[in-house]
Design a protein around this ligand. Structure first.
Ligand SMILES: CC(C)(COP(=O)([O-])OP(=O)([O-])OC[C@H]1O[C@@H](n2cnc3c(N)ncnc32)[C@H](O)[C@@H]1OP(=O)([O-])[O-])[C@@H](O)C(=O)NCCC(=O)NCCSC(=O)C[C@@](C)(O)CC(=O)[O-]
Length: 453
């Protein structure tokens, strides 16, 4: 029995800062960001938006565009690394918002949970839902991948920021893509990128050592939460390359083939923290799995790196990139990193590209290379289904991204520092964060959302 993605919808932050504006303000050559990393815009949440809002908007679109009957949905599994609570999952918020709009108890028998493993949590949620549908072919599941990729000002991650969500209906006999049950996996516990609990000593804040209560905090250390990660950019690239290579060859072993795996893939969809990450990282796999050996593994470290550089500049590799990788990069250049949603946005970008250019891709195989810091990679493949075009015709990806609203650098910094209190754009036909409780002791921090027509 076939299982896979039957329908897909997205919601991306509607504000953007042109990368050129950021480059100029930060004294970086714009060509480095545009031509070196493939960045054109970075999207940013408005003051009324957060991870719940993006997830709920994508989920609402998925339900409305595809006339989904909520009593058929057995589970909604969320991939996110931008949780807003250490106990209550984003999934719990999504249930209450969808019931607010579609009727009380419409999802009361639906199983929900969040999956967190940096950018790969959405793929973990999907794999789990595929297994579930395989066991329960009459049931359907929804996967929502929602995140806000926020980095410190002036950091090397700053130009890769982005925000939004992708929602997908997982079913048997799906219209868009079916997945085979071969999952190459590579895992290693590392600190390439993470969001630790951080503390500041109360003494540093108050200037005295007596540990008096400070805003009801009795502990001598004050915990702070930051959306921005602690990370080592170049090391994270190395971990990405190592895990992806290992998962790719583990996948090849599962397929029990001696042929070049990527040759059987029409398109390759990778986790893209920025548009050109895939093309910058894949030259090694391209060489190692080539039908005629280009690198032997006998080279010393610097010879090996030089050879990879040479390969990445070769005509053969450039053709490989433009044929197999570029369609997935298109949306990423206009959005930035979506963390868990990035790989699914890459799929949507590829589908929208072939749809807009009127190319038939039914029965073609797509390869997926997922990565999450911390670190884990999963490599798997899927086959595009005959009804893919009708299933994506209402998605209007590039048309929607074109309408994004440009902001200036000053507004960007105010939003980043949370100094901007008023919405930049009036919300319409979407969820908004209405308020956060500050008074009632048993509800402190509770977040309330509402739909705006
Ligand atoms: C990714 C890095 C490290 C990049 O770091 P960087 O310092 O911005 O850039 P770089 O120096 O590594 O590379 C710039 C490229 O631009 C080129 N260049 C230079 N000047 C010019 C010019 N004038 N004209 C044209 N090209 C130019 C230059 O040659 C080079 O291209 P290459 O040849 O090496 O491919 C940085 O952006 C960063 O720290 N990002 C945050 C972390 C990150 O995204 N890591 C990626 C892997 S980890 C991951 O994907 C997981 C993640 C991050 O999504 C989190 C999760 O899992 O939750």
């Amino acid at each position: 029995m076939k299982t896979g993605i039957d329908a897909i919808a997205f919601d991306v932050a509607k504000l953007h800062l042109p990368i050129k504006t950021l480059a100029t303000a930060r004294n970086i050559e714009p060509e480095k960001l545009e031509k070196g990393l493939g960045l054109l815009k970075m999207t940013l949440p408005d003051t009324h938006q957060d991870t719940v809002v993006f997830g709920a908007n994508a989920l609402t679109k998925l339900i409305l565009d595809n006339n989904i009957k909520l009593d058929e949905i057995a589970r909604i599994y969320v991939g996110t690394e931008s949780g807003i609570d250490s106990s209550k999952p984003i999934g719990s918020y999504l249930i209450s918002l969808i019931e607010q709009k579609f009727g009380e108890n419409t999802l009361s028998e639906c199983d929900v949970v969040d999956f967190t493993f940096a950018c790969i949590g959405g793929v973990d949620a999907m794999q789990n839902c595929l297994d579930f549908v395989q066991l329960n072919p009459t049931k359907k599941a929804i996967v929502v991948a929602s995140d806000f990729a926020k980095y410190d000002l002036n950091s090397t991650g700053e130009y890769t920021q982005g925000a939004g969500a992708v929602a997908m209906l997982i079913s048997s006999n799906p219209r868009i893509i079916t997945f085979e049950n071969n999952w190459g996996v590579s895992t290693k516990g590392v600190f390439d990128f993470f969001k630790p609990y951080r503390t500041i000593s109360k003494q540093e804040i108050t200037g005295n050592a007596d540990n008096d209560s400070w805003f009801d905090n009795l502990e001598s250390e004050i915990e702070i939460h930051k959306d921005q990660p602690v990370f080592d950019g170049q090391y994270s690239n190395q971990c990405y390359m190592d895990r992806t290579r290992e998962a790719y060859f583990s996948f090849k072993k599962l397929k029990n083939t001696s042929g070049t795996v990527y040759d059987s893939w029409k398109s390759i969809v990778m986790h893209l923290p920025y548009a050109f990450q895939g093309r910058r990282m894949l030259s090694e796999i391209h060489a190692l799995d080539a039908s005629t050996a280009v690198i032997t593994g006998e080279e010393n470290a610097s010879e090996y790196q030089n050879k990879l550089k040479e390969i990445s500049k070769s005509d053969d590799y450039k053709t490989f990139v433009s044929e197999k990788l570029q369609p997935a990069e298109l949306a990423s250049s206009l959005i930035g990193n979506l963390y868990t949603g990035s790989i699914f946005m890459g799929l949507l970008s590829t589908l929208a590209h072939f749809y807009d250019s009127k190319k038939e891709i039914a029965d073609e195989k797509f390869g997926f290379l997922a990565y999450g810091s911390g670190s884990k990679s999963k490599v798997f493949e899927g086959t595009i289904q005959p009804e893919w075009k009708s299933a994506v015709s209402s998605v209007l990806l590039f048309e929607t991204l074109e309408k994004s609203f440009e902001i200036d650098f000053e507004t960007y910094e105010k939003l980043h520092k949370k100094e901007q209190k008023q919405s930049i754009q009036q919300p319409k036909n979407e969820w908004i964060l209405d308020r956060i409780e500050t008074e009632i002791p048993t509800l402190i921090g509770a977040r309330y959302y509402k739909w705006v027509d």
